[in-house]
Design a binder for this molecule. Structure first.
Ligand code: SF4
Length: 170
């Protein structure tokens, strides 16, 4: 996997203070995409073991408490990215107790493959769907167009369930 940017301290992409990783690779080619430089799978920099471990360490850094990890791009659920993203979210769950994981993807939840769903099983929130320029609305929070859905997964529930946010404000 390749990545474009890693922000160890970020207050824009998700709630609270976070670590945010923008991966490379997206096949959706949404009209009006503001991140076209991330479309190529081999753009940016190799995502290596050192960055993997840095993210874990940053999430556990008590000097600057982070609420969690945000995964964006590009598309973290591009099939070529899924194996590395799966390893990362598994490591965050195992080694960063109390941290949440948000992920943005251009795929819809109901069209994910089994491999992509394996990543979703470790997420707290998935923001799904392509960016639709005709449905773009700057009043929206955490999403760019109104077709996109914020899925909150209740990880504390006995049964894995989720509620969907369709309102403009959380
Ligand atoms: S899914 Fe996101 S990164 Fe990919 S083309 Fe659409 S807006 Fe751009």
């Amino acid at each position: 996997m390749y990545y474009h940017h890693y922000y160890p301290i970020d207050v824009v992409n998700g709630p609270g203070t976070r670590c945010t990783l923008f991966v490379s690779g997206c096949e959706h080619q949404c009209k009006g995409c503001y991140n076209q430089s991330t479309w190529r799978l081999d753009g940016g920099h190799p995502f290596d073991e050192a960055l993997f471990e840095r993210i874990i360490a940053d999430l556990n850094d008590s000097r600057i408490p982070r609420r969690g990890l945000s995964l964006s791009g590009g598309d973290p659920l591009h099939p070529a990215n899924v194996p590395t993203i799966l390893a990362l979210v598994q490591a965050v769950r195992a080694r960063c107790p109390g941290k949440d994981i948000w992920c943005w993807t251009g795929y819809r939840l109901d069209e994910l493959t089994a491999a992509q769903q394996a990543v979703v099983a470790y997420l707290d929130v998935l923001v799904d769907g392509r960016f639709e320029q005709t449905l773009a609305d700057p009043a929206l929070i955490w999403r760019g167009s109104s077709n996109q859905v914020i899925h909150h997964f209740d990880r504390s529930a006995a049964l894995w369930q989720h509620q969907t946010t369709l309102t403009q404000k959380e």
